[in-house]
Design a protein around this ligand. Structure first.
Ligand SMILES: Nc1ncnc2c1ncn2[C@@H]1O[C@H](COP(=O)(O)OP(=O)(O)OP(=O)(O)O)[C@@H](O)[C@H]1O
Length: 338
C-alpha cells in the first residue's frame, strides 16, 4: 500500500452535503463521529456501493460484512505534520497481526487553506471499526462503578497486547510503538470468549534502537518523547536521558507495565502524582514510585502486583524483554485459569 498523494485519490464530497468521503475508488458515508485526537477526527462510516461495482481493498480478508469502517481524518497544516502522517501510514503498513489494527486504505489530499492562495492537506485513513470503545473507556467506567475485571480477564487482555507488541519488537529492525496506553487499545466483547484487544495508533511508532552519544542528542530525544509518548506511561529514560545511553524497545515494556496496572485500577500507577499538591509525575516515574490502592483485601493477587513491579524497573538493563513478559503472563494464565 504505497503512500498515494493526489487530489483525485480522495475528496471530501461537497456536492453531497459533505456527508461522503472518497478513499481511492471507494466511497464512504459518514454516520457519526467516534472520537477525536490532537489533529484528527475518527468517524464511523458505511461504504456506499454503486450497483454492479466490486469492492477494491488490497487485503480482501478485511472487507467488512456490513460495510462499516472507521475513517480517521487528519488535518495537516505544516510539512512536519504531513511527514508524521506519512510515517504513520508507512509504519501501519508494515505489520499484519490480529492484535494490531490494520490500515486498510489511505489517501492524502490537498485542500484550500483559509488564506488566499494557501493550501493545506487532509489525510484519510481507513480501519476496521470496533464499536465497543477503548480499554481506557472500559477501565474508567469500571473504576467509577467500583468494579474490577476478573484476574483471568486482566491476563487475557494483557496477553493479547503482548502478542501484538512482540510482532513489532521482533520486526527487522525492531520497532517500538512508543505510545502504549489504554486509550490506544480497542476492546471488543465476544460471546463465550475473552474480549478482543487490539493495539492501534502507530503515529509515534518507529525503529526502537537509538544510540545517544551527546547531551544534545539526549535533549533531542526528551523533546521528541514529550511530544509523542503520553506522560503517565512514558519510561524514565525518556524523561531524563543520560548523554550516553542505548535506548531500545523496552520503553514499551515500561508502558506495558503501566497499562497492566491500568487494566486493574483504571489509571497509570504514577497518575496519583498529578493530584498531589507539589507532586511531580516525572519524579514519581524516574524513582519508580508506584502507588497501590489503599486498604486491605486488594482485588488482585500479589503475583499481578509483582508482575507490574518487574516491568517497571527504572534501570533499562534490569527491565525484561517482551519474550520474558510473555513467558510470565502464560505462566500466570495457566495458574489462574484453573
Ligand atoms: N478503528 C476504530 N474503531 C472505533 N473507534 C476508533 C477507531 N479508531 C479510533 N477510534 C476512536 O477515536 C479516538 C481517537 O483515535 P486515535 O487515537 O487514532 O487518534 P489520535 O489523534 O492519534 O489520538 P491521540 O491524540 O490520543 O493519539 C480513539 O480514542 C477511539 O475512541
Amino acid at each position: 500500500m504505497g503512500c498515494s498523494f493526489s487530489g483525485l485519490n480522495a475528496l471530501y464530497d461537497a456536492v453531497n452535503g459533505g456527508g461522503d468521503v472518497w478513499i481511492n475508488e471507494n466511497r464512504y458515508r459518514i454516520i457519526r463521529q467516534l472520537g477525536e485526537g490532537g489533529f484528527a477526527f475518527v468517524y464511523l462510516v458505511k461504504e456506499v456501493v454503486a450497483e454492479g461495482s466490486v469492492k477494491k481493498l488490497k487485503d480482501p480478508s478485511h472487507i467488512s460484512d456490513n460495510g462499516m469502517y472507521a475513517v480517521k481524518k487528519v488535518l495537516i497544516q505544516t510539512p512536519e505534520q504531513l511527514e508524521l502522517v506519512r510515517q504513520e501510514i508507512r509504519v501501519s503498513s508494515l505489520f499484519s497481526h490480529p492484535n494490531l489494527l490494520p490500515l486498510l486504505d489511505h489517501a492524502i489530499i490537498a485542500v484550500k487553506g483559509t488564506q488566499e492562495g494557501s493550501w493545506n492537506h487532509e489525510a484519510y485513513l481507513l480501519f476496521p471499526v470496533h464499536l465497543d470503545g477503548t480499554l481506557l473507556d472500559r477501565a474508567k467506567a469500571m473504576k467509577e462503578k467500583k468494579e474490577f475485571f476478573p484476574t483471568l480477564t486482566v491476563l487475557q487482555i494483557f496477553q493479547q497486547l503482548c502478542a501484538g507488541l512482540k510482532h513489532m519488537h521482533n520486526f527487522e529492525p525492531a520497532y517500538a510503538h512508543n505510545d502504549v496506553k489504554p486509550g490506544n487499545v480497542l476492546i471488543t466483547n465476544r460471546k463465550g470468549q475473552p474480549p478482543l484487544a487490539i493495539l492501534m495508533d502507530f503515529g509515534s511508532a518507529g525503529p526502537a534502537k537509538r544510540e545517544i552519544r551527546s547531551r544534545s542528542e539526549a535533549l533531542q530525544l526528551q523533546e521528541w518523547a514529550a511530544e509523542h509518548c503520553s506522560a503517565p506511561y512514558r519510561a524514565p529514560e525518556l524523561w531524563d536521558c543520560p548523554s550516553h545511553a542505548d535506548i531500545d524497545e523496552r520503553t514499551d515494556i515500561w508502558a506495558l507495565g503501566c497499562t497492566l496496572y491500568a487494566i486493574m485500577y483504571g489509571m497509570s500507577p504514577f497518575e496519583y502524582a498529578l493530584g498531589e499538591s507539589g507532586g511531580s509525575l516525572q519524579l514519581a516515574i524516574v524513582n519508580g514510585q508506584i502507588k497501590w490502592p489503599p486498604g486491605p483485601n486488594p482485588p488482585y493477587p500479589d503475583a499481578l502486583h509483582q508482575f507490574v513491579i518487574w516491568m517497571l524497573q527504572p534501570q533499562v538493563a534490569m527491565r525484561p524483554h517482551i519474550e520474558d513478559v510473555i513467558i510470565h503472563v502464560d505462566k500466570l494464565l495457566a495458574k489462574y485459569s484453573t
